[in-house]
Design a protein around this ligand. Structure first.
Ligand SMILES: Nc1ncnc2c1ncn2[C@@H]1O[C@H](COP(=O)(O)OP(=O)(O)OP(=O)(O)O)[C@@H](O)[C@H]1O
Length: 359
């Protein structure tokens, strides 16, 4: 469904070159649900915009839904849906009419557009809201309407740029329920960006991690965690004066990596916590260190990011909290010109000149 080779995009900002995406290679098969994960400014939106033909690459090639993004951008747009970070729904029209109008934009006849609008409203549980204006809808309802707009022309592949950012946890779960249904019931291929680690971890079958414009990890969340992060054992000594000795002992157990001490707690990464903990407790007993507390934890995707980059996603976000809302609008400030709010419309601004460099 997606085959990209060496996709690169540079911007020139005040005579400085920003390498937003550096040589993206990517293959996504039909029916996959891929989460594209990375901190602010990592290059997620720029990658998505290139793949959806909203932004021409500086170099590299890609075929998306069987069409070349450079040679046949209209062909790509006819076969994909794109749900951007900002709502694409206008305010004057009722939701049902908005969907029908979107159908016309994709060249559907009046009858087809009405039929398809009814179908997508059903898919996204919007039928009872057909007569409502988007301005009267909740955040989650609007997001579902955005997704419906992106699906009006029956694309087999849907791109979603941070579909759940800014929503409360309950609404996020509801939007996810609908996203998963698109895949399960309709066999769609879904490629989405997210800041939410736990969403990528639990919902996506494949996680692609990007940092500074480069893909740094690609696989199932389970495999990435097992291969790159390992488990964690955390303990405290009964006597605060024993912390340094406990840390030194922890560093000697089998497979120990990255021993850290913080506020009297000793943390160590190990391949398998269930084997490491008894070994560590025995070793500490041998050293005469009495243990007050000990616990084990499985790795998270943030641990994977830390293992790969030396920083946590939270640090990479510049102090923000990776698992809370992070809608800072950076990417949209960067790319509003000619960007259709929701679906990549076949009649929208041509791919050749939608988003120029910022002067
Ligand atoms: N139109 C543009 N002009 C200049 N620089 C840009 C433009 N679009 C993006 N950039 C820069 O390219 C880099 C990657 O931005 P991009 O929006 O792709 O990141 P992102 O991972 O999507 O971030 P976010 O999570 O904040 O949306 C950033 O340094 C950004 O400032």
């Amino acid at each position: 469904m997606i085959h990209a080779r060496g996709l690169t995009r540079r911007f020139t900002v005040k005579r400085k070159v920003v390498e937003a995406v550096r040589g993206l290679d990517l293959d996504v098969e039909q029916g996959q649900l891929v989460a594209f994960l990375g901190p602010n400014g990592a290059g997620k939106s720029t990658s998505l915009r290139m793949l959806t033909t909203l932004l021409p690459p500086t170099s590299g090639t890609a075929t998306v839904a069987g069409r070349d993004i450079a040679a046949d951008p209209d062909g790509v747009r006819a076969r994909i849906g794109y749900v951007g970070q900002n709502s694409g729904a206008g305010e004057q029209f009722r939701a049902g009419d908005e969907l029908v109008a979107q159908g016309y934009a994709y060249g559907l006849t009046r009858r087809e557009a009405r039929r398809r609008a009814a179908e997508v409203m059903d898919m996204l549980d919007l039928t009872p809201l057909a007569a409502r204006r988007p301005s009267t809808m909740s955040g989650g309802q609007r997001r579902r309407l955005d997704i419906a707009l992106g699906l009006i022309h029956r694309p087999p592949l849907l791109f979603l740029d941070e579909p759940t950012t800014g929503l409360d946890p309950h609404t996020r779960a509801d939007v996810w329920r609908h996203i998963l249904r698109l895949r399960e019931q309709y066999g769609m291929t879904l490629f989405l960006t997210t800041h939410y680690l736990e969403e990528a971890d639990t919902m996506a079958e494949r996680v692609v991690v990007i940092d500074h414009g480069r893909v740094i990890a690609d696989g199932t969340a389970a495999r990435l965690k097992a291969d790159l992060a390992g488990d964690r054992v955390t303990l405290t000594a009964q006597e605060p004066g024993d912390t340094a000795r406990a840390a030194a002992t922890a560093g000697r157990i089998f497979g120990a990596d990255r021993v850290e001490t913080e506020g009297g707690a000793v943390r160590v990464r190990v391949p398998r916590a269930e084997a490491a903990l008894p070994e560590l407790l025995r070793a500490l007993e041998g050293e005469g260190v009495r243990v007050a507390t000990a616990e084990t934890a499985r790795p998270t995707l943030d641990d994977v990011f830390l293992a790969l980059t030396g920083r946590t996603l939270r640090e990479a976000e510049g102090g923000g909290t990776a698992d809370t809302a992070l809608a800072d609008g950076t990417a949209d400030a960067a790319g509003t010109a000619g960007t259709p709010g929701t679906a990549a419309q076949p009649t929208a601004a041509p791919a050749a000149a939608p988003e120029g460099d910022r002067a």
